[in-house]
Design a protein around this ligand. Structure first.
Ligand code: F6P
Length: 360
């Protein structure tokens, strides 16, 4: 294995730099291979200046840093790229250019770190004959084929801290605090942080909610002398018979941006219960900053394991954590079904057992 490339695609997640560092150190130290860093996701393969050599020296000190030293791009799909042609916008497939560039750079393997969108592109490149290996990244934890993606634990810690902070001010002012958390169509952040922070109501996309159930919970608590409540809601949650709320519509290139459901919930609760209600949208704070110890540990193991897969020529595969073991799975299998909260699983049963309202 002479040379491998590494790129970070899609939105960032805490732990990307830890992965890059582990890839570089393992490739150099264990296999004597060179590493090329591809900048800004797949875009770096379309730009003559989009590639930089990475050495153990150049990754020194990046383990605890958030973001990615390589840059990321969540509009960089080479199979559907927006260009200006004849004065108008056009969507073109430039994947052949990417394939050519991988060969031109003489990459024995391209390691792609990404969520489901980026990994889907990776699978398509594999189908075009490219030697690729995937690493699952996202705060949403919604990639199939693995128990957990790196980035999730850090987001969870930030979300839990936010709930803790909302608790004290909610209690002081006898208010209902509604916290909107990320996660796209998966409720892992809201459910796990809600449990960890002791939320009274948790709303997730996997369980469409009823406004009256939320209000009942708030009233029940007030009747018992607890004149404050915490609602932790996933941005993708929606009411029975209703729809998700979007802050911005999507198009052929950009995915629609979720946002706003908590304001709707907050307005309902305030009107129906007469309780003063405030809404907090935690947003990108969940993605920024230093990764947790767990994410550093997981990202480092993923990076090293991806290089081992590359050395074994196990292309078209993704590293995966199953229980406590590092293993791998085909990208195709990992992407066959997005991971969602298991409604029969322990987390949901635990929440119900604790009397937390899940909106149903
Ligand atoms: O997939 C990660 C994520 O942070 C989602 O939880 C969220 O819906 C989305 O990305 C936000 O994307 P952007 O950074 O484009 O606003």
């Amino acid at each position: 294995m002479k040379r491998i490339g590494v790129l970070t695609g899609g939105g960032d997640a805490p732990g990307l730099n830890a992965v890059i560092r582990a890839v570089v150190k393992t490739a150099y130290g264990e296999y004597g291979s060179e590493v090329l860093g591809i900048k800004d996701g797949f875009d770096g393969l379309l730009d003559q200046h989009g590639v930089e050599p990475l050495s153990p020296e150049s990754v020194r000190g990046i383990l605890p840093r958030g973001g990615t030293i390589l840059g990321a791009a969540n509009r960089g799909n080479p199979f559907a790229r927006k260009v200006i042609r004849n004065g108008g916008e056009a969507i073109v497939d430039v994947s052949d250019v990417v394939v050519e560039r991988i060969h031109e750079l003489e990459l024995d393997t391209l390691i792609v770190v990404g969520g489901d969108g980026t990994l889907r592109i990776t699978q398509e490149l594999f189908e075009k004959g490219c030697p690729v290996v995937g690493i699952p990244k996202t705060i949403d934890n919604d990639v199939g084929g693995t128990d957990v993606t790196f980035g999730f634990d850090t987001a969870l810690n930030i979300a839990t801290e936010a709930i803790d902070r909302l608790h004290t001010t909610a209690e002081a002012h006898h208010r209902v605090m509604v916290l909107e958390l990320m996660g796209r169509d998966a409720g892992f952040i809201a459910l796990h942080a809600g449990l960890a922070g002791g939320a009274d109501v948790i709303l997730i996309p996997e369980i469409p909610f009823r406004f009256d159930r939320i209000c009942e919970k708030v009233t029940e608590r007030a009747d018992a002398g607890r004149h404050f409540s915490i609602v932790a809601a996933a941005e993708g949650a929606y009411p029975v018979g209703g729809q998700q709320v979007f802050a911005r519509a999507g198009d052929e290139i950009t995915t629609a941006r979720l946002g706003g459901i908590c304001q709707v919930v907050g307005n309902h609760v305030a009107e129906d219960t007469g309780t003063e209600t405030r809404v907090t949208v935690l947003g990108h704070l969940q993605r920024g900053g230093s990764p947790s110890a767990f994410d550093r540990w997981l990202a480092t193991r993923y990076g090293a394991a991806a290089v081992r897969l590359a050395a074994e020529h196990k292309y078209g595969r993704m590293v995966s954590l199953r229980s406590t073991s590092m293993t791998d799975v085909s990208l195709k299998e990992a992407l066959a079904k997005p991971k969602r909260v298991n409604l029969e699983g322990d987390a949901v049963l635990t929440a119900r057992g604790l009397g937390i309202c899940l909106g149903d």
